[in-house]
Design a binder for this molecule. Structure first.
Ligand code: BG6
Length: 493
């Protein structure tokens, strides 16, 4: 258990809250004029916890099957937790917990049924307007991700995902619509969720299905698609500054954190290299240019990325106002992993750390790693930070009397709050806020399970869609309520 060293204290106005993403909560996949996204086409598969790549493996055949699948087929994101119809009730529960901030994402395909449409879908706009109005009614600041792992399906079928340069303009049009129509209600924006992730799961981040690029070097395809996303992100940042001058727009990275497995110098170097693999695109979004190590990496791999005249200038002009990140766990890195135990994590595997406990999904939880990460990121970027995802996925039991006892979730939250407080008060980190991931149970990204639950609010539904969808407060609901009410100072359990 992490024990804070300085007295617990958080700045006034600290944005406590929770986070979700459209594809993991909304459901209503074919309602309200929404077009399909790639997420609507990902089937449920019994997860292999030691190999996350199996859940993300995806071929054109999988897509063909999805397009003809009937209602009996299990595509969990199509129903999610039906927040599309429950959002008022859900936001009221978040307000009861005292949320100051709610991170959601907008589904591009609700705003433009087909990304090529000249006009937006007014029904989709009205839906999000009402969500934001509902938040504002309770004094909750929305924090909005423009793209959270749900590329419109047309980008996959009629374009080559983010590999197609035309997608930049389509995204710019979508971002402009969001800023113009929601800018009066939303002050905090993020461009792409976990912007480093396309190299790990190209389908959900980039709309890229490998077999649709025959004879091509798929790694090069991904780097090219990433370049387009970088330009699109820079354009969105510029637009936001122009259209919503009082707003702040940030980037979002997966804070994967590796420790050297031993004090062998080669393990230390291997760790540094691995960490750079995570920083490379955030470095562009913060510093406005490709870092030299990324250019060298592409050169070494023989990867050629086509950049148009004007791209470099755009990247320079579209740097972000703050850096946000997800943080769940840490693991280790060794130069030679032969014979070492490996541990699964957030779409990566690492060497198992013998000093850390693991969640039921094998993720090694580590509150000290959060403080370590905050210091590292603040020293590197010198920008305000925002923890927009942190949490514990666990199996919960709904008792016959409607209660759910989840002391493990409270313990995880408690020690991460202690670590944050020290990062602020001892290390001087400028931290804007903290939004707990999956504040209401939702469909897991890596496993598509409902049974991997993060919420303070339980949703009665299983991995196969059985259940009433009724919402129940877990014990941790009251605990987080107390944490927020005391601005992070009354946290003893
Ligand atoms: C983050 C994603 O990587 O991790 C979320 O941004 C995801 O979409 C979260 O849900 C937790 O991962 P998982 O696989 O447990 O849902």
């Amino acid at each position: 258990m992490y024990q804070n060293q300085a007295p617990l204290a958080f700045p006034d106005g600290f944005l406590w809250g929770g986070a979700t993403a459209a594809n993991q909560v909304e459901g209503a996949w074919n309602e309200g004029g929404k077009g399909m996204t790639i997420q609507d086409c990902l089937p449920f598969r019994e997860p292999d916890l030691n190999d996350y790549t199996k859940s993300f493996a995806y071929t054109s055949k999988d897509l063909e099957e999805a397009l003809v699948a009937g209602p009996e087929a299990n595509y969990p994101k199509r129903r999610a937790i039906d927040a599309y119809h429950h959002y008022k009730e859900d936001i009221a529960l978040f307000a009861e917990m005292g949320f100051k901030c709610l991170r959601i994402s907008i589904c591009w395909s609700r705003i433009y049924t087909d990304p090529r449409d000249p006009e937006p879908n007014e029904e989709g706009i009205a839906f999000y307007e009402d969500v934001f109005r509902e938040c504002r009614k309770y004094g909750i600041e929305p924090l909005v991700t423009l793209s959270h792992y749900d590329p419109p399906l047309a980008l996959v079928t009629d374009f080559q995902g983010w590999y197609s340069r035309e997608v930049i303009d389509l995204f710019e049009k979508y971002a402009r619509t969001c800023f113009e129509r929601f800018g009066s209600m939303v002050k905090y924006w993020l461009t792409f969720n976990e912007v480093d992730a396309m190299l790990r799961h190209a389908v959900t981040s980039g709309g890229l299905i490998e077999d649709r690029f025959p004879g091509m070097n798929f790694e090069e395809v991904v780097y090219q698609a990433m370049h387009h996303q970088m330009v699109a992100s820079a354009k969105a940042v510029k637009l936001c500054h122009e259209l919503c001058p009082d707003a702040m727009i940030g980037c979002m990275m997966t804070r994967l954190c590796f420790y050297p497995y031993t004090c062998k110098p080669e393990d230390n170097l291997a760790t540094q290299q691995r960490m750079r693999g995570i920083y490379r695109y955030v470095d562009i979004q913060v510093f406005g240019e490709y870092p030299r190590y990324l250019l060298k990496e592409m050169e070494r791999k023989g990867v050629h990325v086509h950049m148009e005249p004007g791209d470099a200038e755009l990247l320079r002009e579209g740097t972000v106002d703050f850096v946000s990140f997800s943080y769940y766990m840490t693991s280790c890195m060794a130069a030679d992993t032969t014979g070492l135990d490996m541990a699964p994590g957030n779409t990566v595997n690492g060497v198992k750390n013998p000093y850390l406990p693991s969640s039921e999904w094998g993720w090694q939880t580590d509150a000290s790693g959060l403080r370590f990460s905050l210091v590292e990121l603040y020293d590197r970027f010198r920008k305000p930070l925002f923890i927009v995802e942190n949490g514990l996925g666990a199996r919960d039991t709904l008792e016959p009397d409607g209660t759910i006892h989840d002391p493990y979730r409270e313990a995880y939250l408690e020690e991460h709050v202690r670590a944050m407080s020290d990062a602020i008060n001892i290390d001087g980190v400028d931290l804007m806020g903290y939004t707990w991931w999956g504040c209401i149970d939702l469909v897991s990204e890596s496993t598509r399970q409902m049974s991997k639950r993060y919420g303070f609010v339980y949703v009665d539904m299983d991995d196969y869609g059985n259940g009433t969808q009724k919402r129940y407060k877990k014990d941790s609901f009251a605990y987080y309520q107390r944490v927020i009410a005391s601005n992070g100072t009354d946290i003893d359990r």
